[in-house]
Design a protein around this ligand. Sequence first.
Ligand code: 13P
Length: 242
Amino acid sequence: MKIFIANWKMQLSPEESVRTARSFARVFKNYQGQAVLCPDFLSLAAVSKILAKSPLVLGSQDLSAFERGAYTGEISPVDLQSLGVKYSLIGHSERRAYLQESDKLLAAKIKAAVSNKIVPVLCVGENALERKQGRAMAVIKAQLKGALQSLPTATLRSLIIAYEPVWAIGTGLNCDREQALRVKATINEWCRRGGFKKIPVLYGGSVKPENAVSFLGNDGFDGLLVGGASLEASSFYQIAAL
Ligand code: 13P
């Protein structure tokens, strides 16, 4: 089954998140697929209540590598799990760029997610300069290696990888289907060689109802990670119903 993840980033206030989640719960009432909402942390508890009787699943945009203790400002994966979080984005390019998240930290976060039964969604992708220099594949392989190499494959049964070319995020620019699928094949091959079996690979970056279908279909991606077009139930539904 394809998986569709809505990343609301820091776009909505808690009140707006509650309103938006209610509208999602209405629109997705009879939904039969796998769709995940990732609100910001301040809204998680309220959104979790709203989604309780809905087919929609709760996700987080990040989590702490630590479970409990003197870690000021961190959000424990233990508490996320008890709030009903089933998936967590890890290493989104915005966190890599603005918060300098390192591969070592991402590996620890993936481990923390898995030990709390949260499916880690590791985000990878090259920026515009790296693409221009012909280094996209090398960058992506280095990101995979950095975050996954130290983790035993047996503990990573539930991993998902999201390919999000940084230059396509929030820009309206789309990665062309063939190029995106070449990256998917590289990720699949890297995972196969590393002993990771059947890891779903999602695409993200300016996905809209009009272009979503081009990334799916025969031999396409296993789902989509959506930012801007996930802020309204109706546009996200058009994508998630594909
Ligand atoms: P946009 O869909 O707004 O380009 O954002 C993509 C993204 O970063 C999802 O994680």
